[in-house]
Design a protein around this ligand. Structure first.
Ligand SMILES: *Cc1c(COP(=O)(O)O)cnc(C)c1O
Length: 393
C-alpha cells in the first residue's frame, strides 16, 4: 500500500462528506475523538440559538422551549444509536453519577445476592464506584475475566458491571453472550457504553440488556462535559427507585409536595435541573448522527483499524512498539492501542508534530478512530510520523 492507495480509500468513502460537518483546526491529525469529539457546525448553531432563547424567554423557556423535556427527548433521539426503545433512555448527569444510580438500582433488584462482579482492568470511575457502593450495601466485590464469565457468575451474584469496550486496549466484549450468561445465573448486567456509543453498533434490546450508561462527549461529539445517558430496560423501570430522589424525578415537580412520589417510567431517574445549554449542544451533535448509518460507520472504523495495524506491523517493525488492541475486528472497538516503554514521550512528540493521540499510563498510546471526520490519509500520515519518531527515540 502507498499513500495514494489511502487517498483512493478516501475517494471511495461514502462517509467522507461528513467531515465538512465539523469545525476542525487545520494542520492537526486528531486521533483523540474518543476522549473529546470535535465541534460540529450544528452544535455551534444550537448553542447560539439556545443562548438567544435564554436571553429572550428567560423563565418561560422551561415550559415553552422544551427545556423540561430535553432529557427524555434527547434520550429517545439517542436510543436508536444503542439499540434501545423509546422511553428507555434518559440524557442526564454524568456517566459517573448514572453508574452510581444504576448500581444501586441493580442491588435493589437483587437484595439477597451478595456479590458484584467487575473486571480488574476497568475504567477507574467504574471500579471506584463499585467498591464504594458494594461496601455501603455490605456486598462483596469479585473480579472476573469477562471473556470467561461463566466461571465468575453464580447464584451469589447480583450484578456484573462491565465496559463493553475497554478504554485502554479497545477490546470489545460480546454483549449478547455475556448478558445471556449472567441472566442464566439470575444476575443483572450493567454496561458502560462510553467507548461504544457512536463507535460500534450496540443492540441493547436485542441483547435483552438490563442497565447501561455512557457519555456523549467522546464519539458522539456532544462537547466537553456533555450530559451523559442512562438506559433502564422498560420491564425494570417501575420496580426500582433512584437512589438520588430529586425533585426532577418526582411525578409532579412543580407541586412542591412534601412526600417523594417517583415519576412513572424513565423520568424517575432524573435528579435535578438539567443543564439546558449542554443539552442544546448535544442536540446539535445528534443532528449529524441523523445522517449516519451506524453499519457504514462501523465498516469504515474496522477498515481504519485494520489499516493502522497493518501499517504499524509493516513500517514500525523492530522499534519495540506492540499492537495491544485485538487484531480480530470483531473483538475490537474503534481504536488501536499501541504499547511502548516510552509511550508518554512518544505521545508528546506526536502531538508536537501535529498528530494528537491519547496517552494512557503507563505505556499505551491510543489512536481513536472516528469515521465521521478522520480520513484514511490521516492515518497514513500519522503512522509515518510515528515510525520516524520511534526511530529517533
Ligand atoms: C470516559 C469514561 C467515563 C467517564 O465518566 P464521566 O462521569 O463522564 O467523567 C466513564 N467510564 C468509562 C469506561 C469511560 O471511558
Amino acid at each position: 500500500m502507498t499513500r495514494d492507495d489511502f487517498a483512493a480509500l478516501d475517494a471511495r468513502d461514502p462517509l467522507a462528506p461528513l467531515r465538512a460537518c465539523f469545525d476542525l483546526p487545520g494542520g492537526l491529525i486528531y486521533l483523540d475523538g474518543n476522549s473529546l469529539g470535535p465541534m460540529s457546525h450544528a452544535v455551534r448553531d444550537r448553542l447560539v440559538a439556545a443562548g438567544d432563547r435564554w436571553a429572550q424567554r428567560l423563565i418561560a423557556g422551561w415550559t415553552e422551549e422544551g427545556w423540561m423535556e430535553a432529557p427524555t427527548r434527547l434520550g429517545d433521539r439517542l436510543a436508536p444509536l444503542i439499540g434501545a426503545g423509546p422511553g428507555e433512555v434518559l440524557v442526564t448527569d454524568s456517566t459517573t453519577v448514572n453508574l452510581f444510580k444504576l448500581l444501586q438500582v441493580a442491588l435493589q433488584l437483587r437484595p439477597d445476592r451478595r456479590a458484584v462482579v467487575i473486571e480488574r482492568e476497568d475504567f477507574p470511575t467504574d471500579r471506584y464506584l463499585v467498591r464504594s457502593v458494594a461496601a455501603a450495601a455490605r456486598r462483596e466485590v469479585r473480579h472476573a475475566d469477562p471473556e470467561r464469565l461463566g466461571e465468575g457468575v453464580d447464584q451469589d451474584v447480583a450484578v456484573v458491571a462491565l465496559s463493553h469496550v475497554n478504554y485502554r486496549t479497545g477490546r470489545m466484549l460480546d454483549m449478547a453472550s455475556i448478558t445471556a450468561a449472567a441472566h442464566q445465573a439470575g444476575a443483572l448486567v450493567l454496561w458502560d457504553l462510553c467507548h461504544s456509543a457512536g463507535a460500534v453498533p450496540v443492540d441493547l434490546d436485542g441483547c435483552d440488556a438490563d442497565l447501561a450508561a455512557g457519555c456523549t462527549y467522546k464519539f458522539l461529539n456532544g462537547g466537553p462535559g456533555a450530559p451523559a445517558f442512562l438506559h433502564v430496560a422498560g420491564r425494570l423501570q417501575d420496580a426500582v427507585l433512584s437512589p438520588i430522589p430529586g425533585w426532577f424525578g418526582h411525578d409532579d415537580p412543580f407541586a412542591f409536595a412534601d412526600a417523594y412520589a417517583p415519576a412513572g417510567g424513565i423520568r424517575r431517574f432524573l435528579a435535578g435541573t438539567p443543564g439546558v445549554l449542554g443539552m442544546a449542544a448535544l442536540e446539535g451533535a445528534l443532528e449529524v448522527w441523523d445522517r449516519v448509518d451506524m453499519a457504514a460507520a462501523r465498516r469504515k472504523s474496522v477498515a481504519m483499524g485494520d489499516q493502522v495495524i497493518r501499517l504499524v506491523d509493516e513500517r514500525c517493525r523492530g522499534t519495540g512498539v506492540e499492537v495491544v488492541s485485538p487484531r480480530d475486528p470483531g473483538r475490537r472497538g474503534s481504536q488501536v492501542s499501541l504499547r511502548h516503554p516510552q509511550a508518554m514521550e512518544l505521545s508528546r512528540r506526536l502531538a508536537a508534530e501535529g498528530v494528537l493521540p491519547d496517552f494512557r499510563p503507563p505505556d499505551i498510546v491510543r489512536f481513536g478512530l472516528t469515521p465521521l471526520y478522520t480520513r484514511f490519509i490521516d492515518l497514513w500520515d500519522a503512522v509515518e510520523v510515528l515510525c520516524d519518531l520511534l526511530g529517533g527515540l
